[in-house]
Design a protein around this ligand. Structure first.
Ligand SMILES: [Zn+2]
Length: 356
């Protein structure tokens, strides 16, 4: 690292040094290791403390559901981790961890399903009934929607929504996926919502799988999308032309949308295990026009002709899709698969495996 906080006594990278400076000198005093002048007492302090000792103190009681950020994580997650540690000292004082209680309510700005404006909605998270509900009006007795937390995925969506403190909720409703976009002006508050949902999920999993280790279960709380971006896709007939769609790979579901912020995908493709008839390869199926960066995705139901915007993009898509197909199905994967497939066989009018 090139920087240090000489009152806390730790070495930090350039990115973290910006966050440390933004907290103010009453919390963290930042100096460059080479470009700034150091007094003997400051050097002594650095020698006394150091990163390991500081970690033992400031990370003494990080709850297992808390997502510790890594280098490439969203800025809000990194910033709030640093503030939680040194400014609020949340992990020295567990009573400050409001997100571990299994209940949270408050207002979030929610993007309209049909229009792009955001309106305040009251959200209520409850561990005891495994739900995240939201209400249109404060006095409403009936929620507008009830989401099952155990089937909910939450990701930060700063780039897609263009708001750094935004979240995307993704869940199954009546056999197909629904997306909800929310944000809060306060970065601490949006992070608390994220952690609160993770904590509820962990506690529910611990009840459902009492013999599983906590270290294993924390891997199933939230999952960032493996990849998102524009691809060209043809319809089911070989005469269909290529159409531009926004693709999202959420665990084993490859979804495509007209617009990145659509409430529902136009279609979703369940990616099963390789030996069950799933594959992906470079190039077009015979008889299909080959755009420059075409690749072919095969499932037992259908062959999908897809084309990326560049060779790099195409190779990244193939890599992430292959990685999913190389993984055997977990029990949760099978549940999702069954619910999607049931929709396909029961409802003739809506076929999730074809372009709507
Ligand atoms: Zn850093």
């Amino acid at each position: 690292p090139e920087w240090a906080s000489y009152n806390i006594g730790i070495f930090i990278c350039t990115r973290c040094s910006g966050v440390h400076r933004s907290m103010g000198v009453h919390i963290s005093k930042v100096k460059h290791l080479k470009l700034d002048r150091w007094e003997d007492s400051q050097v002594k302090r650095m020698k006394e403390v150091g990163n390991l000792n500081a970690k033992l103190k400031y990370e003494e009681r990080v709850p297992p559901c808390y997502r510790k950020p890594t280098e490439n994580d969203p800025q809000v997650l990194i910033e709030q981790w640093i503030r939680a540690k040194y400014q609020r000292e949340e992990f020295c004082h567990p009573e400050k961890q409001t997100y571990i209680n299994g209940y949270k309510d408050g207002y979030l700005k929610k993007r309209g399903k049909e229009d792009s404006s955001y309106h305040p909605r009251k959200f209520v998270l409850s561990e005891s009934d495994d739900t995240l509900k939201y209400f249109v009006k404060e006095k409403d007795k009936e929620p507008k929607a009830i989401l099952k937390v155990s089937e909910l995925n939450v990701v930060f969506a700063p780039e897609k929504v263009s708001i750094p403190t935004s979240l995307q909720f993704t869940f199954l409703k009546d056999g197909s996926t629904r997306h909800i976009y929310v944000y809060h002006d306060n970065p601490e508050e949006i992070t608390n919502w994220y952690m609160a949902i993770r904590c509820v999920k962990l506690h529910r999993l611990q009840v459902a799988y009492p013999s599983a280790s906590e270290a294993d279960l924390v891997n199933y709380l939230t999952e960032d999308f493996a990849k998102e971006g524009w691809l060209f896709k043809t319809g089911p007939r070989s005469t269909d032309g290529f159409k531009k769609r926004w693709f999202t790979l959420d665990n084993r579901k490859l979804m495509y949308h007209d617009d990145p912020l659509d409430a529902h995908p136009k279609g979703e493709i369940f990616l099963g295990y390789m030996s069950d008839g799933y594959s992906v390869r470079v190039g077009a199926k015979a008889g299909v026009k080959d755009l420059r960066f075409t690749f072919t995705l095969t499932t037992p139901e259908r062959v999908f002709n897809l084309s990326a915007m560049s060779e790099v993009e195409r190779d990244q898509w193939i890599t992430v899709i292959e990685r999913v197909m190389e993984r055997p199905l977990t029990p949760q994967d099978s549940v999702i698969s069954a619910r999607l497939v049931r929709k396909r066989t029961n409802t003739k009018s809506i076929n999730i495996f074809s372009a709507r």
